[in-house]
Every structure is written in C-alpha cells, then in structure tokens.
Design a protein around this ligand. Structure first.
Ligand code: HEC
Ligand code: HEC
Length: 358
C-alpha cells in the first residue's frame, strides 16, 4: 500500500466513534464544533481550529512544502503529538506568521498561504529566475453570444448517449481498479449506484474500505469499524454520487452560471460555476468539442486556506449503454488516485446495498 494512502486512513481513524454517520446537509452546519485544542494532545497554535480540519491542514502543509509528515513529526504514521523535530516548531511559527500577514495586510482575508511562498518547495525560492519566462497561457477568443447553461447541459446529455439511453439505466454495478500515483499499485474496487445513492468498496489486501451514502447519511468503514468521516468528505461523496453520468445538474445545484471559455490541455472548455443550496461554489468544466464533463473542482475553507478537491473525467466510452468516463482522477493536497472502470452492469442493484450496517 502506498504511504500517503496509509496515512490518510490513519489520520481519519484518530478518534473513532462507534457509529459515525454524517447527515447531509443540515446537521453538518449545526454539529457542535470540537476544537483541535480539545481533541488533540499537544496543540499550541491551532487550538481554536475545528478538530475536523486537522487532516486537511496537515495535508495542505505537506503538499505546499512537497514533503511527508516525517519532515515535522517523529514518524510518518504515529506519535504525532510528540515534539522534538525542529521543523515542527518552525511550522508553528510559520502558521502564526501566515495568519499575521493576512490579518495585517489583507484585511483578514486568506490571501497568503504556505503555498504562496513555498510553492511545493521545502524552502521558498528567493531569487527570480534568469531564464526567459514561459509563454503566458491565453484564453481562447470569447464567443460573441454566450452559450446558455441549458445548451451546455443538452450537449452533455447527448455526449452521454442521449435521454433515451440514460432513461434505461436505473442502477449501475461498476467494477474498477483504484490506481495509485506510482501507476503500479492497484486496488480492486466495486461501486454501486442507484438514484443518487452510492456504495463503494476498495480492497487493500484484506482491509476493505467501504463508503456509503444512502441519500441522507454518509459513512465510511474500515472492515466493519466506522472510520471518522469529515463533513467535507461526506459532502464530496454525496456530490460524486449525485452527478455521476447525470446531465440533470439543475436538480443537483441551486444555480449554474456559464463564466467564460478557457483552454485545458489544448482543448477549449466551458467554465461553469455551480452553486449549492447552502451557497458553496464549485466549478464544472465541459469540453466544447465533445460536450463531455471533464472536471469538477470543489473546496473547503480551513484555518490556513482552501483545501481543494478536483475530479477529472476522461476516456469516455460505451459502458452499459451509456458513454461513461472510464478514467476518473481524484486529487486533493497530498492525495491522488485514479479510478479505472473495467465493467458496468446495469439494473442489477438491490436497495439493500445502501442500508447502513447496525
Ligand atoms: C510542516 C510541518 C508539518 C507537516 C509536514 C505535518 N505536520 Fe502535523 N503538525 C505540525 C504542527 C506544527 C503540529 C502542532 C500544531 C499546534 O501546535 O497547534 C502538528 C500536529 C499534528 C497532529 C496533532 C497531534 C496531537 O495530538 O497533538 C496530527 C494528528 C498531525 N499533525 C498529523 C500529521 C500528518 C498525518 C501529516 C502528514 C500528512 C502531518 N501532520 C504533516 C506540523 C506538521
Ligand atoms: C511569506 C512567505 C512564507 C509563508 C507564507 C510561509 N513560509 Fe515557511 N518559510 C519561508 C521562508 C523564506 C523559509 C526559509 C527560511 C530559511 O531559509 O531559513 C521558510 C521555511 C519554512 C520551514 C523550514 C524549512 C527548512 O528546511 O528549514 C518550514 C517547516 C516552513 N517554512 C513551513 C511553513 C508552513 C507550514 C507554512 C504555512 C502555514 C509556511 N511555511 C508559510 C517563507 C514562508
């Protein structure tokens, strides 16, 4: 198992609660906030941060510096409360400095983050490069008449195979492989989808991670034990389930706005802002030529800036009578993996698959 993934599971397992489910969306906004100071053992700076954000903040710091947990901790997978590595104390100072900069110079807005200076390096590069700068990436010429969201969604529906083909699919049982960033480590996955409900099982040898969203509650299990699920993770699990091969995105989001024409990897794309009912913004990106949804970006605010979550859909092909992205890459700070679909069976899924275990 690749290191980073093991770490995520360990971080998430900190503080397991017997039956941990997250109700969406109302309860996530109301749950009483446990702070990092209350929950963790040796906190000197992040005391008032919601404890929920610990994993995200640690992953943002690691990704911004391009390092493993071990740069600041005595080990990559345990004893995170221990001090003794100088970098941990430097990081404490850096967190305070970042807050000060934003407070003093940016009206408290989270403009400066670890990555602003570090940009993936342990030590920021102080001197400007003497090489010629790379050519700027220019936006394509904007259309005289803006495309409407309805037009973009209609094109997407056609790209998936059309209304009639989509209507024939009531459920999907998907077999896939989870490919880790090294390109070699592969874990088999099964996914069940029906009416916006979702279940996935990923097999790390004899350790099975189950993710379940039954339409109301989201939960995560490691074998039969509950793994703590963050509100943000639950939200993204729900969204992935809702939007998979679903051109009716107006039923998922409260508001959709076409913003501008952009270019990604040489292809022209429509940039669409999608606003959820609780006023969170996501970005949807559609290929102009094929009409396919190629990217979704969401983010959650933490005490040291945005934690981004990006899903890239590619390699659309006929799977179960509808064109589906055979390859989906999931990425967030410090964590990436790709889901490669190998087989899709339609209309075989029983509702019991989505019942949470007692
Ligand atoms: C750049 C340094 C740095 C990196 C990299 C880093 N951490 Fe931390 N970590 C800290 C600091 C600093 C604290 C203490 C924060 C405070 O005192 O408010 C901390 C605290 C923690 C705690 C709370 C421990 C306790 O009970 O007090 C956990 C858990 C943790 N880190 C996990 C991780 C994991 C997992 C990774 C790798 C994904 C990681 N950290 C990477 C600097 C770092
Ligand atoms: C305003 C710019 C800036 C910001 C923002 C910033 N840093 Fe730094 N950081 C630096 C500079 C410059 C150094 C190098 C100092 C040196 O060379 O001794 C550094 C050094 C470090 C080091 C020590 C690296 C080493 O190998 O000695 C750590 C750890 C670190 N920063 C963590 C962080 C974390 C975590 C954040 C976000 C909470 C952060 N920094 C935000 C500028 C910044």
């Amino acid at each position: 198992m690749k290191l980073k993934i093991k770490l995520l599971i360990i971080v998430l397992t900190v503080g397991v609660i017997a039956a941990f489910a997250i109700r969406l969306p109302s309860a996530t906004a109301q749950t009483q906030t446990v702070t990092a100071g209350q929950k963790f053992k040796n906190i000197k700076v992040l005391n008032d941060m919601p404890a929920d954000q610990m994993g995200q903040v640690m992953n943002i710091m690691s990704a911004s510096l391009g390092v493993d947990c071990k740069m600041c901790h005595v080990s990559n997978d345990k004893d995170f409360e221990k001090d003794g590595i100088d970098h941990k104390d430097i990081a404490r100072k850096m967190i305070k400095m970042t807050w000060e900069l934003n407070k003093t110079y940016f009206e408290g807005k989270p403009e400066v983050s670890c990555n602003t200076c570090h940009n993936g390096h342990e030590r920021p590069v102080a001197l400007p490069s003497l090489l010629p700068p790379p050519p700027p990436v220019e936006r394509p010429k904007q259309p005289a008449v803006k495309p409407t969201v309805d037009e973009i969604l209609a094109k997407y529906e056609t790209a998936l195979g059309g209304k009639d083909s989509l209507a024939k699919v009531k459920s999907r049982h998907i077999k896939a492989n989870r490919v880790e960033p090294d390109g070699k480590t592969v874990e088999p996955e099964e996914i069940w989808l029906k009416g916006g409900k979702y279940r996935s099982e990923t097999k790390y040898a004899d350790y099975v991670v189950t993710e379940l969203y039954d339409g109301k509650d989201a939960l995560k299990l490691g074998n039969t034990e509950a793994i703590e699920l963050k509100a943000f993770e639950a939200e993204q699990m729900k969204r992935d389930a809702q939007i998979f091969a679903n051109p009716d995105l107006k039923s998922v989001y409260a508001k959709l706005d076409f913003r501008f024409l952009n270019r990604i990897d040489g292809r022209e794309v429509y940039m669409v802002t999608a606003t959820t009912a609780d006023n969170r913004r996501e970005q949807l990106v559609f290929d102009v030529l094929t009409g396919q949804l190629v990217r979704r970006v969401a983010s959650a605010m933490t005490v040291i800036g945005q934690f981004q979550y990006q899903v890239d859909y590619s390699d659309y092909k006929d799977l179960g009578g509808v064109k589906l992205p055979a390859s989906t890459r999931f990425a967030m700070p410090g964590i990436t993996w790709t889901r490669k679909i190998t087989e899709v069976k339609i209309n075989t899924v029983d509702d019991a698959k989505f019942t949470a275990p007692k």
